[in-house]
Design a protein around this ligand. Structure first.
Ligand code: UDP
Ligand code: MG
Length: 160
């Protein structure tokens, strides 16, 4: 898994974003992808899948002592999710800002959670909380060959 970590700094920083089952059911995949595209981040991996409880327990292992852990795993395995890896300068922090707060009630309009959901237990989208978490989560959900390095023609219009 260490191979995933090489060069993930500066404008090569990567984060893990997923559209949760409620986001897929509510047809928000395109909206969420659209926001990251328009921002100027680069999509380097994406797939639709049915997550297993085992994968989700691992993904959310830091929350295993929380009272909502088992309902969270059940929610996240209740239907297909879309997993994505996005790349760009400071993408981990910027993506968290674009998502809003964990609780949609605390999320400002203009953020994904502020615009599209109401309850913390149905908050439509996940985003890594640190560069280290992003590396761990991308390694968990993607095989190396599923992450593509590609040159964007818009690069000089997004980065000076
Ligand atoms: N969650 C919940 N109840 C809570 C707190 C969190 O159901 O009181 C869920 C919610 O879906 C959240 C996820 O658990 O997105 C992970 O929690 P975390 O604190 O990591 O929030 P996030 O990083 O997703 O903002
Ligand atoms: Mg989190």
């Amino acid at each position: 898994a260490n191979v995933f970590k090489m060069g993930w700094t500066g404008s090569n920083e990567r984060t893990f974003i997923s559209v949760k089952p409620d986001g897929v059911q509510r047809r928000l995949v395109g909206e969420i992808v659209h926001r990251f595209e328009r921002k100027g981040f680069k999509l380097v991996g994406m797939k639709l899948l049915q997550a297993s409880a085992e994968q989700l327990r691992e993904h959310y292992r830091d929350l295993s002592e929380k009272p909502f852990y088992s309902s969270l795993v059940k929610y996240m395995s209740s239907g297909p999710i879309v997993v994505m890896a996005w790349q760009g300068h400071d993408v981990v922090k910027s993506a968290r800002k674009m998502l809003g707060e964990t609780n949609p009630a605390d999320s400002l309009p203009g953020t994904i959670r502020g615009d599209f959901c109401v309850e913390v237990s149905r908050n439509v989208v996940h985003g890594s909380d640190s560069v280290e978490s992003a590396q761990r989560e991308i390694s968990l959900w993607f095989e190396h060959h599923e992450l593509l390095c590609w040159e964007e023609c818009s690069q000089p219009w997004i980065y000076a």
